[in-house]
Write a protein that binds this ligand. Structure first.
Ligand code: ATP
Ligand code: MG
Ligand code: MG
Ligand code: MG
Length: 575
């Protein structure tokens, strides 16, 4: 590929709404272009990355025996009515009508359609097991699309569905997929963890998420460094014991001094088994003696995060701060200068009481914690329908430092990005849709199913979160838009440079290397800065002076300096 024939459109500045590195850098590198909220053009440079992700996914799915299919983006509502999801699924499901006022959905996932295929095609146990997958556009009308490709409304997902004759066979299909995911994730070149996740009503342990580790991740992962225990925080919490502490309801702040405390303190304070409401909310931790006298206190504010549009959440007023009223939670955040998602122990001089409006809707699954990494709790639910005590929260109690369920060490907590999810479904869909095959005993039997997703467009964003520096993106080789960029200095002036650059380009192409030659005639500074921003992992710079000695400069994107290498040895550095 020659850069002059390609589309390279780098930007100096990131758009104002780009909060995290991947969104900023992918936009600046000209990989994505916003069209609407959560809707993006995949520009040629970005599409190359997506196609490489798809290729790895496709290879490993095929290797695992799955069969590719494509199911429609626009799906008739009838199938979705069979399972009840047309009505049950919330606003995330985009429902549309055609010219005859017939209902359709834009697929957010495809259990219904694939089950419909299975009930027509797989008539006998002899045809099983089968696994059908697609790499296809999805639409979810996310409440809070954000972070670029990370949480889009339109995005690409690989979704696979396994069909088996019984539970045992389904477990094998699940394990086959799990192994395929491990191979894929190893190939992506990212740091990840397979963590246990909730399998809902079905129970058991057959639901795992593949989480790419990143500080900006929306999920929390609980793991034990001494063993292979790892779970998402919801799963970890559902296993942890809850100890009701009625006294916590009275532990309103009286006096407070600035200070630090940890999640454990908050957990102790708020560890009630109750759900829901809060009319007036004070988050504070008090150290008391046995007479109940308060020896010291630390003030906490409510800490928020999750699937909420914070601007929609009204907080009536904050007592204790003279004449201060907060209209929205984001204003509170702004006022205290906290990081998004966190309002920690912020060194207030006075106790602070947050009064949440009575008419605030139920708020579920907030994250509370300190403004310090890894000190937080999730699943805090506030609503308006509960009687006194005013301060209630449903905090499940898993914190860093707790003993791991396997007893092999202390738990640690880190943040992750959910890229993949493997899930045993049982007969949930086959039962609802009467999808049966003839079993060995000659009787109709419902398919045992599993479903397996990968966020194909979320993955590049996660890769960038994990791999970037102040100059730009650093792609892992496997998913880089180009593996090598050749940057000739003065190509327009020097015949020697032009000849050498074109020869190297041709040689690398002939060897099957994904290479781009920057023949745009940009100034050297701008040219090199572009490729550092775009994040091509290997770079070869050629100039007249070096070529006179038969040398070029090779630099890996992470290297701090270039290495002089003989032209004909470039190959050994790249391959
Ligand atoms: P999340 O918890 O992030 O909302 P999910 O659990 O709803 O994701 P699944 O239904 O498990 O997602 O879908 C499979 C995969 O699709 C996810 O693991 C994720 O990688 C990807 N995905 C889900 N929602 C989005 C989105 N809005 N934008 C991009 N990728 C997504
Ligand atoms: Mg979701
Ligand atoms: Mg999820
Ligand atoms: Mg999921």
């Amino acid at each position: 590929m020659k850069a002059s024939q390609f589309l390279i459109s780098t930007l100096k500045e990131a758009p104002a709404d780009a909060e995290i590195a991947s969104h900023q850098l992918m936009t600046r590198a000209g990989m994505i272009k916003k069209l609407g909220a959560g809707i993006y053009n995949y520009m040629p440079m970005g599409l190359r990355v997506i196609r490489k992700v798809e290729a790895i996914v496709r290879e490993e799915m095929n290797r695992a025996g799955a069969i590719e299919v494509t199911m429609p983006v626009v799906q008739p509502a009838e199938l979705w009515q069979e399972t009840g999801r047309f009505d049950k699924m919330g606003a995330e499901l985009l429902r549309i009508q055609d010219r005859h006022s017939r209902d359709f959905v834009i697929q957010p996932t495809s259990e219904e359609v694939v089950t419909d295929i299975a009930r027509q095609e797989f008539k006998s146990y002899k045809q099983l097991p089968k696994n059908l997958y697609q790499i296809q556009t999805k639409f979810r009308d996310e409440r809070r699309p954000r972070f670029g490709l990370m949480r889009g409304r339109e995005f690409i997902m690989k979704d696979a569905y396994s069909f088996d004759k019984d539970r045992d066979a389904a477990q094998i299909s699940y394990q086959t997929m799990r192994a395929a995911y491990k191979r894929m994730f190893d190939r992506f070149g990212l740091q990840y963890r397979a963590v246990r996740a909730d399998s809902g009503a079905i129970g058991g342990d057959l639901s795992e998420e593949f989480q790419v580790i990143a500080a900006t991740g929306e999920d929390a992962i609980v793991y034990c460094p001494n063993s292979d225990y790892a779970a998402n925080i919801e799963k970890a919490e559902s296993l942890a014991p809850t100890q009701p502490r009625a006294a916590a309801a009275q532990a309103m702040a009286k006096t407070a001094t600035p200070g630090k405390s940890t999640c454990a303190d908050v957990a102790e304070l708020l560890n009630l088994p109750l759900a829901n409401t809060v009319k007036s909310l004070v988050l504070a931790t008090d150290e008391t003696n046995d007479k109940g006298d308060i020896l010291s206190s630390q003030v906490w504010l409510l800490l928020l995060r999750g699937d909420h549009d914070m601007n929609e959440i009204k907080v009536g007023k904050v007592e204790g701060l003279a004449n201060f009223r907060f209209a929205t939670v984001s204003e509170i955040e702004e006022h205290f200068g906290c990081q998004p998602g966190y309002l920690g122990p912020i060194g207030l001089k006075k106790p602070v009481k947050l009064v949440v409006d009575r008419d605030v809707a139920v708020m579920a699954d907030w994250v509370c914690g300190a403004n310090e990494a890894d000190y937080h709790l999730t699943g805090v639910n506030w609503g308006r329908d509960l009687p006194e005590p005013a301060l209630v929260a449903d905090l499940r109690n898993v914190v860093a430092g707790d003993l791991s369920p396997d007893g092999l060490g202390e738990l640690a907590i880190e943040r992750g990005i959910e890229i993949g999810h493997v899930f045993y479904l049982g007969t949930k869909y086959s039962k609802a849709m009467k999808a049966t095959f003839l079993a060995e005993n000659g009787k109709p039997s419902e398919f045992e199913m599993g479903c397996y997703g990968i966020g194909v467009t979320r993955l590049p964003a996660a890769a960038v979160e994990q791999n970037h520096d102040e100059r730009g993106i650093i792609w892992p080789d496997a998913i880089a838009p180009f593996t090598v960029v050749i940057c000739p200095i003065g190509m327009d002036r020097s015949e020697a440079v032009k000849t050498a650059a074109e020869k190297l380009h041709a040689d690398l192409l002939a060897a099957g290397v994904d290479v781009i030659l920057d023949d745009r005639g940009e100034r050297p500074g701008a040219m090199l800065a572009d490729w550092e921003l775009i994040g091509v992992p290997h770079r070869v710079v050629l100039g007249d002076r070096g070529l006179q000695e038969g040398m070029v400069e090779y630099q890996q994107r992470r290297d701090t300096a270039a290495t002089k290498v003989p032209v004909d040895e470039v190959f050994s550095f790249i391959t």
